[in-house]
Every structure is written in C-alpha cells, then in structure tokens.
Write a protein of this length. Sequence first.
Length: 231
Amino acid sequence: MACIRKIIYGFVQIPSTVLDKGSRAWNGGRAWIDGASEEVVEAYSRQSEEDLYNFFKCRREEMVEGGVLFLLMGGRPDSHEPRNQLGDDESREKHPFTTSMDRTWQDLLDEGLVDEETRDAFNIPAYMRSMEEVERAIVKCGGFEVQVMEYKRMSENSSEKKQELTMDPVSYGRAKANLVRATLGPIVEAHIGPHLSEQLFLPFERRVSSDAYLLSKTCFYGVIIVCAIRK
C-alpha cells in the first residue's frame, strides 16, 4: 500500500482577470483577496476549483488502488463565504497577508522604490477553501473514498508564547517576517528581484514589531485535514 502525504497552503494560480486593470476583477492596491470585491473573490474561487480538481486528478493517476492520500491545506469553515477567508477581525488584521503586507507595499511605492503598476501586479496566490469545496473537487475527480475530512482552527501561538513575544516584539517581527519569506520569498523575488524583496521584508519586520496594538491580538489559522483512499 502506498501513502502520499501532501501539505499545500492553499496556493492557486493568479486568475488573469485579477491582473487586468480593465476587468471588474482587478485587485489593484491589495496584495490578497480577504475582504476584496466579489468579482476578485469569484475569480479566485473559480481558479481554485480548477486547480484543486487538477491536483486530485494527478494524484489519482499516480496512485495505485488502496493507496492513501493524506492532505493538510489552509481552509475556512463552510459557514464562511469565500470573501471571508480568515473568519474574525483580529485574524484579518494580524494575518501576514493582509494589513501589514498592504502597508509595506505602500511604503515601497511612497519611497519611489516601485511604481504603482508593479505594486498592483503583485497578488498572493492563496485561497482558503471550505470543506464543501474540497469535497466537490474530490467527487468531480472520482477515484477516491474520503475516510476523514476535518476543519481545525488553530491559534498562532500558545498563551505563554504570545505573552513572551509581546515582551519581545523584535523577535516576534523577525519570526513573522521569516514565515512570510518562507512562504512568499520566491514569488516576491520573481516579481521585483532579490534586492527589492529585501526592501520589502525588512520594513515588514519592523512594521510588525512596532505595532503594539496587533501584538496583543491573536491570529487564528484554519486547516483542513483530508485522508482518502484510492479506489
């Protein structure tokens, strides 16, 4: 019996309409989709559906009957509309893809390091799916029997760690920036080059470290767990 383990953050291809300034789905001035217009979110939702179907199709073709597929992916509760990617206001404010990221890009623009077109062309290729969306892709693909599918909501840090980081905001900012580097570093470098990417991540780190209001808040992350058997 084969076992395939996959951890996918919820990455999707950037829909072409999101990058088209003449499109109603244009996402100018925003790095991500949480809280974006319905047209932007719908474009991401359609792209996510296509990408996830293709993902399961590839796994179906490479796995033998009886093989086990185990997945962890970023997700949201079924009760939340796609526009509400993160759930609560505190998570929305503190998540590294939202407020701090948008403000740091604006800093680069204000300092003349990038132009508005470059800023607007950057979009984070992530979409937090619901279990309903994941199940729909599996059913459409066929070839898998789902054994387990669960949604878990996890705190960014334990209460003790949160208190520790509040007392050491510099370390918190560095940890948050390193997380974003690990997730988005290659994408940012491909967009603006290695030198300017440093000009993004270092101010991002300082901005996160200096925001006493956000340091006291809690960010929650949603995760969908899937275990399926190849039929």
